[in-house]
Design a protein around this ligand. Structure first.
Ligand SMILES: Nc1ncnc2c1ncn2[C@@H]1O[C@H](COP(=O)(O)OP(=O)(O)OP(=O)(O)O)[C@@H](O)[C@H]1O
Length: 252
């Protein structure tokens, strides 16, 4: 049984069938990539996991609980976190302060900026934030202002913020889009380390096939709203259906 199970999901926008009878099973502890050409329905599907869109029909179950009709922030509370193309961080705050914010939110159920003022007396929050920074290898940069960091380090910081909410499933929406090669490599290493050490399940949408094949343990290929193949990475490379779907785009 998967940690995330998608059954017969359909979603249309007017007359356009963006998702048609989509079935997907994301296994606990694995990195599962969802790939496909432009307009295949990848973002629409991800949006159905986080409450941004509601499927017309079908079910989305997380750990045996339906995610349909649940508000995005509640989905986050049940253990599903999403990482966007552009890291969502507080640019003017230090690295350490950025990580303390979600640590407060996790403990108190909400965060107010005032909380940062009493941080010196908040030993448990400080320790937790430090632990997170060690996990993503940013502890030496704890006093840097977030805006001055590289794209790769900003991604590390965002991951530390996500991890402090103790997610069970991490959804990654093109995590290396627009990155220089060095930052892309650093992000691949980061995600591998997190998955190996913390065993967090990840679902990743990504156009860069180098990233996909470096990380994924299973791949689902979407084309025109339908899953055309779901298999191990070695069986996806060169698969005739996948090649056909990508005709005119970067080859797989
Ligand atoms: N809110 C919307 N209203 C109308 N049509 C939409 C909406 N969102 C997506 N679509 C359409 O649904 C189809 C699937 O789009 P989606 O963004 O899910 O594809 P994608 O695989 O994520 O594409 P890309 O890789 O280019 O981001 C496309 O034809 C898109 O134009």
């Amino acid at each position: 049984m998967g940690i995330l199970e998608v059954n017969n999901v359909n979603k249309s926008f007017g007359g356009l069938k963006a998702l048609q009878n989509v079935n997907l099973d994301i296994e606990e502890g694995k990195i599962h990539a969802i790939i496909g050409p432009n307009g295949a329905g990848k973002s629409t599907l991800l949006n159905c996991f986080v409450g941004k869109l509601v499927p017309d029909t079908g079910t989305v179950m997380f750990n045996g609980q339906s995610l349909l009709g649940i508000k995005p922030h509640e989905i986050n509370q049940v253990g599903v976190s999403r990482v966007f193309q552009t890291p969502e961080i507080f640019s003017e705050l230090s690295v350490f302060e950025n990580v303390m914010i979600p640590c407060f939110a996790k403990r108190d159920g909400a965060f107010t900026l005032n909380a940062l003022n009493r941080v010196h007396s908040e030993q448990d929050i400080r320790e937790r934030a430090e632990e997170m920074l060690v996990d993503v290898n940013l502890i030496d940069k704890r006093d840097m202002i977030a805006s001055s960091m590289s794209r790769g380090d900003k991604r590390r910081l965002e991951m530390a913020m996500c991890l402090s909410q103790q997610p069970k499933l991490l959804l990654l929406d093109e995590p290396t889009a627009g990155m220089a090669r060095a930052d892309t490599e650093s992000t691949i290493e980061l995600l591998k380390t997190i998955q190996e050490r913390l065993k967090i399940t990840m679902a990743i949408i990504e156009h860069d096939m180098g990233v996909v094949f470096s990380l994924a343990q299973k791949i689902s290929v979407l084309a025109q709203g339908t899953v055309i193949v779901e298999d191990l990475p070695e069986n996806i490379k060169g698969h005739p259906k996948v090649k056909e779907a990508y005709l005119g785009e970067a080859q797989v």
